[in-house]
Design a protein around this ligand. Structure first.
Ligand code: NDP
Ligand code: MG
Length: 391
Protein backbone atom coordinates (compact mmCIF):
# COMPACT_ATOMS: atom_id res chain seq x y z
CA UNK A 1 0.00 0.00 0.00
CA UNK A 2 1.15 3.56 -0.69
CA UNK A 3 1.58 6.37 1.80
CA UNK A 4 -1.77 7.50 3.25
CA UNK A 5 -2.38 11.14 4.08
CA UNK A 6 -3.99 11.83 7.44
CA UNK A 7 -5.50 14.81 9.26
CA UNK A 8 -6.06 14.99 13.01
CA UNK A 9 -8.68 17.40 14.38
CA UNK A 10 -8.02 17.91 18.09
CA UNK A 11 -4.39 16.79 17.76
CA UNK A 12 -3.36 18.30 21.12
CA UNK A 13 -5.98 16.42 23.16
CA UNK A 14 -5.95 13.03 24.81
CA UNK A 15 -7.23 11.17 21.70
CA UNK A 16 -5.01 13.36 19.52
CA UNK A 17 -2.01 12.37 21.62
CA UNK A 18 -2.77 8.64 21.24
CA UNK A 19 -3.29 9.10 17.49
CA UNK A 20 0.01 10.96 17.05
CA UNK A 21 1.76 8.25 19.08
CA UNK A 22 0.50 5.55 16.68
CA UNK A 23 1.54 7.67 13.69
CA UNK A 24 4.99 8.07 15.25
CA UNK A 25 5.28 4.29 15.44
CA UNK A 26 4.22 3.81 11.81
CA UNK A 27 6.61 6.29 10.18
CA UNK A 28 6.74 6.04 6.43
CA UNK A 29 3.20 4.68 6.07
CA UNK A 30 1.43 7.97 6.77
CA UNK A 31 1.95 11.61 5.84
CA UNK A 32 0.31 14.32 7.95
CA UNK A 33 -1.76 16.84 6.00
CA UNK A 34 -3.36 18.98 8.73
CA UNK A 35 -3.44 19.26 12.53
CA UNK A 36 -5.76 21.40 14.67
CA UNK A 37 -6.18 22.63 18.26
CA UNK A 38 -8.36 25.05 20.19
CA UNK A 39 -5.70 27.27 21.79
CA UNK A 40 -2.63 25.15 22.52
CA UNK A 41 -0.31 26.79 19.97
CA UNK A 42 2.87 25.47 21.54
CA UNK A 43 1.74 21.82 21.54
CA UNK A 44 0.33 22.08 18.04
CA UNK A 45 3.44 23.66 16.53
CA UNK A 46 5.65 21.06 18.17
CA UNK A 47 3.61 18.28 16.52
CA UNK A 48 3.45 20.12 13.19
CA UNK A 49 7.25 20.40 13.11
CA UNK A 50 7.79 16.81 14.21
CA UNK A 51 5.40 15.40 11.58
CA UNK A 52 6.10 18.01 8.91
CA UNK A 53 2.40 18.86 8.57
CA UNK A 54 1.27 20.97 5.59
CA UNK A 55 -1.38 23.00 7.44
CA UNK A 56 -2.27 23.80 11.06
CA UNK A 57 -5.34 25.55 12.46
CA UNK A 58 -6.15 26.99 15.88
CA UNK A 59 -9.79 27.79 16.76
CA UNK A 60 -8.90 30.66 19.10
CA UNK A 61 -8.48 33.59 16.68
CA UNK A 62 -6.59 35.70 19.23
CA UNK A 63 -3.60 33.34 18.80
CA UNK A 64 -2.88 34.31 15.20
CA UNK A 65 0.35 36.28 15.76
CA UNK A 66 1.66 33.71 18.20
CA UNK A 67 0.96 30.92 15.68
CA UNK A 68 2.53 32.78 12.73
CA UNK A 69 5.67 33.56 14.71
CA UNK A 70 6.04 30.01 15.98
CA UNK A 71 5.83 28.67 12.41
CA UNK A 72 8.16 31.25 10.85
CA UNK A 73 10.62 29.65 8.46
CA UNK A 74 8.95 26.22 8.50
CA UNK A 75 6.87 26.62 5.33
CA UNK A 76 3.86 25.22 7.23
CA UNK A 77 0.64 27.05 6.31
CA UNK A 78 -1.73 28.11 9.08
CA UNK A 79 -5.09 29.65 9.88
CA UNK A 80 -7.20 30.60 12.90
CA UNK A 81 -10.89 30.57 13.80
CA UNK A 82 -13.63 28.02 13.14
CA UNK A 83 -13.25 28.50 9.38
CA UNK A 84 -9.61 27.39 9.59
CA UNK A 85 -10.61 24.21 11.45
CA UNK A 86 -13.15 23.57 8.69
CA UNK A 87 -10.46 24.23 6.09
CA UNK A 88 -8.21 21.68 7.79
CA UNK A 89 -11.05 19.13 7.60
CA UNK A 90 -11.76 20.00 3.95
CA UNK A 91 -8.22 19.59 2.62
CA UNK A 92 -7.70 16.31 0.78
CA UNK A 93 -6.55 13.49 3.07
CA UNK A 94 -7.28 9.75 2.94
CA UNK A 95 -8.08 9.48 6.65
CA UNK A 96 -9.23 11.93 9.29
CA UNK A 97 -9.43 11.67 13.07
CA UNK A 98 -12.36 13.72 14.46
CA UNK A 99 -11.26 14.31 18.07
CA UNK A 100 -12.39 17.83 18.89
CA UNK A 101 -14.31 17.75 22.16
CA UNK A 102 -17.95 18.84 22.29
CA UNK A 103 -20.48 19.94 19.70
CA UNK A 104 -17.85 22.38 18.34
CA UNK A 105 -16.61 19.40 16.36
CA UNK A 106 -19.80 19.04 14.30
CA UNK A 107 -19.15 21.46 11.43
CA UNK A 108 -15.55 20.36 10.88
CA UNK A 109 -16.60 16.69 10.97
CA UNK A 110 -19.33 17.40 8.40
CA UNK A 111 -16.79 19.11 6.14
CA UNK A 112 -14.81 15.86 6.16
CA UNK A 113 -17.99 13.80 5.66
CA UNK A 114 -18.81 15.80 2.54
CA UNK A 115 -15.45 14.90 1.03
CA UNK A 116 -16.52 11.26 1.28
CA UNK A 117 -13.36 10.31 3.12
CA UNK A 118 -12.65 7.74 5.85
CA UNK A 119 -13.31 9.26 9.28
CA UNK A 120 -12.31 7.86 12.64
CA UNK A 121 -14.97 9.38 14.85
CA UNK A 122 -14.03 9.95 18.49
CA UNK A 123 -16.12 13.10 18.94
CA UNK A 124 -19.36 11.49 20.14
CA UNK A 125 -21.01 14.83 21.01
CA UNK A 126 -21.11 15.81 17.33
CA UNK A 127 -22.98 12.61 16.47
CA UNK A 128 -25.37 13.02 19.41
CA UNK A 129 -25.96 16.67 18.47
CA UNK A 130 -26.71 15.93 14.80
CA UNK A 131 -28.61 12.68 15.39
CA UNK A 132 -29.52 10.49 12.42
CA UNK A 133 -28.76 13.35 10.08
CA UNK A 134 -24.98 12.84 10.44
CA UNK A 135 -25.05 9.22 9.29
CA UNK A 136 -27.49 10.01 6.45
CA UNK A 137 -25.14 12.70 5.18
CA UNK A 138 -22.20 10.29 5.45
CA UNK A 139 -24.09 7.65 3.46
CA UNK A 140 -24.97 10.21 0.80
CA UNK A 141 -21.36 11.38 0.45
CA UNK A 142 -19.95 7.85 0.57
CA UNK A 143 -17.92 8.68 3.68
CA UNK A 144 -16.81 5.72 5.77
CA UNK A 145 -17.38 6.30 9.49
CA UNK A 146 -15.16 4.17 11.73
CA UNK A 147 -16.07 4.42 15.43
CA UNK A 148 -13.00 5.28 17.50
CA UNK A 149 -14.85 5.26 20.82
CA UNK A 150 -13.74 1.98 22.43
CA UNK A 151 -17.23 0.53 22.97
CA UNK A 152 -18.45 1.33 19.47
CA UNK A 153 -15.23 0.18 17.93
CA UNK A 154 -15.81 -3.11 19.77
CA UNK A 155 -19.35 -3.31 18.34
CA UNK A 156 -18.04 -2.53 14.84
CA UNK A 157 -15.53 -5.37 15.11
CA UNK A 158 -18.01 -7.83 16.66
CA UNK A 159 -20.66 -7.03 14.04
CA UNK A 160 -18.48 -8.43 11.30
CA UNK A 161 -19.24 -11.96 12.52
CA UNK A 162 -22.88 -11.76 11.42
CA UNK A 163 -25.32 -9.81 9.30
CA UNK A 164 -26.92 -6.64 10.54
CA UNK A 165 -30.43 -8.20 10.31
CA UNK A 166 -29.31 -11.13 12.49
CA UNK A 167 -28.36 -8.80 15.33
CA UNK A 168 -30.75 -8.84 18.28
CA UNK A 169 -28.95 -6.64 20.80
CA UNK A 170 -25.75 -4.76 21.51
CA UNK A 171 -24.16 -4.35 24.93
CA UNK A 172 -21.73 -1.57 25.76
CA UNK A 173 -19.77 -1.77 28.98
CA UNK A 174 -19.13 1.02 31.49
CA UNK A 175 -16.43 1.09 34.14
CA UNK A 176 -18.94 2.74 36.47
CA UNK A 177 -16.48 5.57 37.08
CA UNK A 178 -15.12 6.78 40.42
CA UNK A 179 -18.59 6.83 42.07
CA UNK A 180 -19.68 3.31 41.11
CA UNK A 181 -20.05 2.19 44.74
CA UNK A 182 -20.90 5.59 46.28
CA UNK A 183 -24.21 6.38 47.99
CA UNK A 184 -26.46 8.88 46.19
CA UNK A 185 -25.92 11.55 48.86
CA UNK A 186 -22.13 11.34 48.46
CA UNK A 187 -22.37 11.50 44.66
CA UNK A 188 -24.54 14.62 45.04
CA UNK A 189 -21.70 16.47 46.79
CA UNK A 190 -18.66 14.98 45.04
CA UNK A 191 -15.84 17.47 44.43
CA UNK A 192 -14.15 18.30 41.13
CA UNK A 193 -10.97 16.47 42.20
CA UNK A 194 -13.01 13.35 43.06
CA UNK A 195 -14.85 13.46 39.72
CA UNK A 196 -11.57 13.82 37.82
CA UNK A 197 -10.13 10.61 39.31
CA UNK A 198 -11.10 7.94 36.77
CA UNK A 199 -10.24 4.38 37.88
CA UNK A 200 -9.13 2.96 34.49
CA UNK A 201 -8.89 5.44 31.64
CA UNK A 202 -6.82 8.59 31.30
CA UNK A 203 -8.83 11.07 29.20
CA UNK A 204 -9.67 14.76 28.69
CA UNK A 205 -11.43 16.65 31.52
CA UNK A 206 -14.87 16.87 29.97
CA UNK A 207 -15.23 13.17 29.21
CA UNK A 208 -13.77 12.28 32.63
CA UNK A 209 -16.54 14.26 34.36
CA UNK A 210 -19.05 12.63 31.98
CA UNK A 211 -17.76 9.20 33.04
CA UNK A 212 -18.31 10.04 36.70
CA UNK A 213 -21.95 11.06 36.07
CA UNK A 214 -22.41 8.22 33.53
CA UNK A 215 -23.46 10.93 31.09
CA UNK A 216 -20.64 9.53 28.94
CA UNK A 217 -22.45 6.19 28.79
CA UNK A 218 -25.69 8.03 28.01
CA UNK A 219 -23.98 9.82 25.12
CA UNK A 220 -22.63 6.44 24.02
CA UNK A 221 -26.08 4.83 24.04
CA UNK A 222 -27.22 7.60 21.68
CA UNK A 223 -24.00 7.27 19.69
CA UNK A 224 -24.65 3.53 19.23
CA UNK A 225 -28.24 4.20 18.13
CA UNK A 226 -27.00 6.66 15.46
CA UNK A 227 -24.00 4.66 14.26
CA UNK A 228 -25.77 1.33 13.88
CA UNK A 229 -29.42 2.43 13.42
CA UNK A 230 -30.58 0.73 16.64
CA UNK A 231 -33.74 1.17 18.71
CA UNK A 232 -33.21 2.10 22.38
CA UNK A 233 -34.50 -1.37 23.37
CA UNK A 234 -31.67 -2.96 21.41
CA UNK A 235 -28.94 -1.23 23.43
CA UNK A 236 -27.93 -2.45 26.90
CA UNK A 237 -25.38 -0.99 29.27
CA UNK A 238 -23.42 -3.32 31.54
CA UNK A 239 -21.16 -2.09 34.34
CA UNK A 240 -17.77 -3.82 34.10
CA UNK A 241 -15.24 -2.24 36.48
CA UNK A 242 -12.13 -3.77 34.84
CA UNK A 243 -12.81 -2.17 31.40
CA UNK A 244 -11.47 -5.17 29.48
CA UNK A 245 -14.58 -6.23 27.55
CA UNK A 246 -15.59 -3.10 25.64
CA UNK A 247 -18.66 -4.15 23.70
CA UNK A 248 -20.66 -7.22 22.69
CA UNK A 249 -23.11 -8.05 19.95
CA UNK A 250 -25.85 -10.64 20.35
CA UNK A 251 -27.15 -12.45 17.27
CA UNK A 252 -30.45 -14.30 16.73
CA UNK A 253 -28.93 -17.67 17.73
CA UNK A 254 -27.96 -16.01 21.09
CA UNK A 255 -24.28 -16.09 20.24
CA UNK A 256 -22.64 -13.13 21.92
CA UNK A 257 -19.47 -11.86 20.27
CA UNK A 258 -17.25 -9.57 22.33
CA UNK A 259 -14.10 -7.52 21.76
CA UNK A 260 -11.51 -7.35 24.57
CA UNK A 261 -8.45 -5.21 25.12
CA UNK A 262 -6.53 -3.32 27.77
CA UNK A 263 -8.08 0.08 28.60
CA UNK A 264 -5.84 1.92 26.13
CA UNK A 265 -7.42 4.09 23.42
CA UNK A 266 -4.52 3.31 21.10
CA UNK A 267 -6.11 -0.10 20.39
CA UNK A 268 -9.42 1.17 18.91
CA UNK A 269 -7.60 4.08 17.24
CA UNK A 270 -5.09 1.64 15.68
CA UNK A 271 -8.03 -0.39 14.40
CA UNK A 272 -9.41 2.74 12.70
CA UNK A 273 -6.00 3.80 11.40
CA UNK A 274 -5.16 0.43 9.90
CA UNK A 275 -8.65 -0.48 8.67
CA UNK A 276 -9.35 -2.60 6.64
CA UNK A 277 -5.95 -3.96 7.63
CA UNK A 278 -4.35 -4.23 11.09
CA UNK A 279 -1.36 -2.22 12.29
CA UNK A 280 0.73 -2.43 15.48
CA UNK A 281 -1.00 -1.21 18.65
CA UNK A 282 0.39 -0.53 22.15
CA UNK A 283 3.29 -2.64 23.43
CA UNK A 284 1.48 -4.01 26.50
CA UNK A 285 -0.49 -7.23 25.90
CA UNK A 286 -3.77 -8.10 27.57
CA UNK A 287 -2.86 -10.43 30.45
CA UNK A 288 -6.09 -12.05 31.65
CA UNK A 289 -4.32 -14.47 34.00
CA UNK A 290 -2.93 -11.59 36.03
CA UNK A 291 -6.26 -9.73 35.95
CA UNK A 292 -7.90 -12.94 37.18
CA UNK A 293 -11.52 -11.87 37.28
CA UNK A 294 -13.86 -9.97 35.03
CA UNK A 295 -17.02 -8.85 36.85
CA UNK A 296 -20.30 -7.42 35.62
CA UNK A 297 -23.24 -5.66 37.26
CA UNK A 298 -26.44 -3.92 36.15
CA UNK A 299 -26.26 -0.11 35.96
CA UNK A 300 -28.11 1.82 38.67
CA UNK A 301 -30.42 4.29 36.93
CA UNK A 302 -31.46 5.82 40.26
CA UNK A 303 -27.97 6.86 41.38
CA UNK A 304 -26.99 7.74 37.79
CA UNK A 305 -30.04 9.53 36.33
CA UNK A 306 -27.98 10.80 33.37
CA UNK A 307 -28.13 7.30 31.90
CA UNK A 308 -31.92 7.11 32.17
CA UNK A 309 -32.22 10.55 30.53
CA UNK A 310 -30.30 9.32 27.47
CA UNK A 311 -32.93 6.64 26.84
CA UNK A 312 -35.66 9.28 27.38
CA UNK A 313 -33.97 11.57 24.84
CA UNK A 314 -33.66 8.77 22.28
CA UNK A 315 -37.35 7.83 22.64
CA UNK A 316 -38.38 11.49 22.36
CA UNK A 317 -36.25 12.09 19.23
CA UNK A 318 -36.70 15.34 17.26
CA UNK A 319 -33.74 17.17 18.68
CA UNK A 320 -34.04 15.81 22.25
CA UNK A 321 -30.60 14.19 22.09
CA UNK A 322 -29.16 17.53 20.90
CA UNK A 323 -30.71 19.18 23.96
CA UNK A 324 -29.39 16.40 26.22
CA UNK A 325 -25.84 17.04 24.99
CA UNK A 326 -26.05 20.85 24.95
CA UNK A 327 -27.43 21.05 28.51
CA UNK A 328 -24.71 18.67 29.69
CA UNK A 329 -21.95 20.81 28.15
CA UNK A 330 -23.31 23.83 30.07
CA UNK A 331 -23.68 21.77 33.25
CA UNK A 332 -20.15 20.33 33.09
CA UNK A 333 -18.64 23.80 32.49
CA UNK A 334 -20.62 25.10 35.51
CA UNK A 335 -19.44 22.18 37.65
CA UNK A 336 -15.80 22.75 36.62
CA UNK A 337 -16.26 26.45 37.51
CA UNK A 338 -17.62 25.25 40.89
CA UNK A 339 -20.97 26.96 40.32
CA UNK A 340 -23.08 23.82 40.79
CA UNK A 341 -22.89 20.60 42.76
CA UNK A 342 -22.07 17.36 41.00
CA UNK A 343 -25.63 16.10 41.46
CA UNK A 344 -26.98 19.21 39.75
CA UNK A 345 -25.43 18.19 36.40
CA UNK A 346 -28.15 15.62 35.68
CA UNK A 347 -30.83 17.87 37.20
CA UNK A 348 -29.92 20.68 34.81
CA UNK A 349 -30.02 18.29 31.85
CA UNK A 350 -33.44 16.96 32.93
CA UNK A 351 -34.85 20.46 33.55
CA UNK A 352 -33.63 21.64 30.15
CA UNK A 353 -35.09 18.60 28.37
CA UNK A 354 -38.45 19.10 30.14
CA UNK A 355 -38.45 22.84 29.44
CA UNK A 356 -37.71 22.15 25.79
CA UNK A 357 -40.62 19.71 25.42
CA UNK A 358 -43.00 22.00 27.37
CA UNK A 359 -42.13 24.93 25.11
CA UNK A 360 -43.20 22.80 22.13
CA UNK A 361 -39.76 23.02 20.56
CA UNK A 362 -39.48 19.43 19.33
CA UNK A 363 -39.04 19.22 15.57
CA UNK A 364 -37.13 16.94 13.20
CA UNK A 365 -33.52 17.91 12.42
CA UNK A 366 -33.14 18.18 8.65
CA UNK A 367 -29.79 19.91 8.41
CA UNK A 368 -26.61 20.79 10.25
CA UNK A 369 -28.00 24.29 10.72
CA UNK A 370 -31.09 22.82 12.42
CA UNK A 371 -28.86 20.86 14.81
CA UNK A 372 -26.65 23.87 15.49
CA UNK A 373 -29.70 26.08 16.13
CA UNK A 374 -31.17 23.56 18.59
CA UNK A 375 -27.77 23.23 20.26
CA UNK A 376 -27.51 27.02 20.57
CA UNK A 377 -31.04 27.52 21.91
CA UNK A 378 -30.77 24.60 24.33
CA UNK A 379 -27.52 26.05 25.71
CA UNK A 380 -29.32 29.33 26.32
CA UNK A 381 -32.19 27.55 28.02
CA UNK A 382 -29.77 25.55 30.19
CA UNK A 383 -27.87 28.73 31.10
CA UNK A 384 -31.12 30.45 32.09
CA UNK A 385 -32.14 27.48 34.27
CA UNK A 386 -28.71 27.32 35.90
CA UNK A 387 -29.33 29.78 38.78
CA UNK A 388 -32.40 27.92 40.06
CA UNK A 389 -30.63 24.55 39.76
CA UNK A 390 -27.59 25.96 41.58
CA UNK A 391 -29.72 27.31 44.43
P1 NDP B 1 -9.36 16.77 25.13
O1 NDP B 1 -10.04 17.83 25.90
O2 NDP B 1 -8.18 16.09 25.69
O3 NDP B 1 -8.92 17.36 23.68
C1 NDP B 1 -9.82 18.06 22.87
C2 NDP B 1 -9.12 18.53 21.60
O4 NDP B 1 -10.02 19.38 20.86
C3 NDP B 1 -7.89 19.40 21.86
O5 NDP B 1 -7.02 19.28 20.78
C4 NDP B 1 -8.49 20.82 21.94
O6 NDP B 1 -7.51 21.83 21.68
C5 NDP B 1 -9.51 20.73 20.82
N1 NDP B 1 -10.66 21.63 20.98
C6 NDP B 1 -11.39 21.84 22.10
N2 NDP B 1 -12.38 22.71 21.88
C7 NDP B 1 -12.27 23.08 20.58
C8 NDP B 1 -12.98 23.99 19.76
N3 NDP B 1 -14.01 24.71 20.23
N4 NDP B 1 -12.61 24.12 18.47
C9 NDP B 1 -11.58 23.41 17.97
N5 NDP B 1 -10.85 22.55 18.70
C10 NDP B 1 -11.19 22.38 19.99
O7 NDP B 1 -10.50 15.72 24.75
P2 NDP B 1 -10.36 14.15 24.46
O8 NDP B 1 -9.22 13.89 23.54
O9 NDP B 1 -10.46 13.41 25.72
O10 NDP B 1 -11.74 13.87 23.68
C11 NDP B 1 -11.96 14.27 22.34
C12 NDP B 1 -13.25 13.64 21.86
O11 NDP B 1 -13.10 12.23 21.86
C13 NDP B 1 -14.45 13.94 22.78
O12 NDP B 1 -15.60 14.07 21.99
C14 NDP B 1 -14.55 12.69 23.64
O13 NDP B 1 -15.86 12.45 24.07
C15 NDP B 1 -14.09 11.62 22.67
N6 NDP B 1 -13.55 10.43 23.31
C16 NDP B 1 -12.45 10.52 24.12
C17 NDP B 1 -11.92 9.41 24.73
C18 NDP B 1 -10.67 9.49 25.57
O14 NDP B 1 -10.17 8.47 26.00
N7 NDP B 1 -10.12 10.66 25.82
C19 NDP B 1 -12.54 8.09 24.56
C20 NDP B 1 -13.65 8.08 23.64
C21 NDP B 1 -14.13 9.22 23.06
P3 NDP B 1 -6.61 22.47 22.90
O15 NDP B 1 -5.61 21.42 23.26
O16 NDP B 1 -5.99 23.66 22.28
O17 NDP B 1 -7.58 22.79 24.01
MG1 MG C 1 -16.21 5.13 25.29
Amino acid sequence: AGVRTVTVLGATGSIGDSTMDLLRGARGRYRVEALTANSNVEGLVKLAREFDARFVAVADASRFDELKNALAGTGIECGVGESAIIEAASRPADWLMAAVSGAAGLKPALAAVDRGTTIALANKECLVCAGDFFMQRAAKAGACILPADSEHNALFQALSSGNRDELTRVIITASGGPFRTWAAADIENATLAQALKHPNWSMGRKITIDSASMMNKGLEVIEAACLFALEPEEIDVLVHPQSIVHGMVEFSDRSVVAQLGTPDMRTPIAHCLGWPERIAGPAVKLDLASIGQLTFEAPDFARFPALRLAYDALRTGQGATTVYNAANEIAVAAFIAEKIRFGAIARLVEATMNGWVRAGNLAPLASADDAIAVDHNARNMAASLLPQIAA
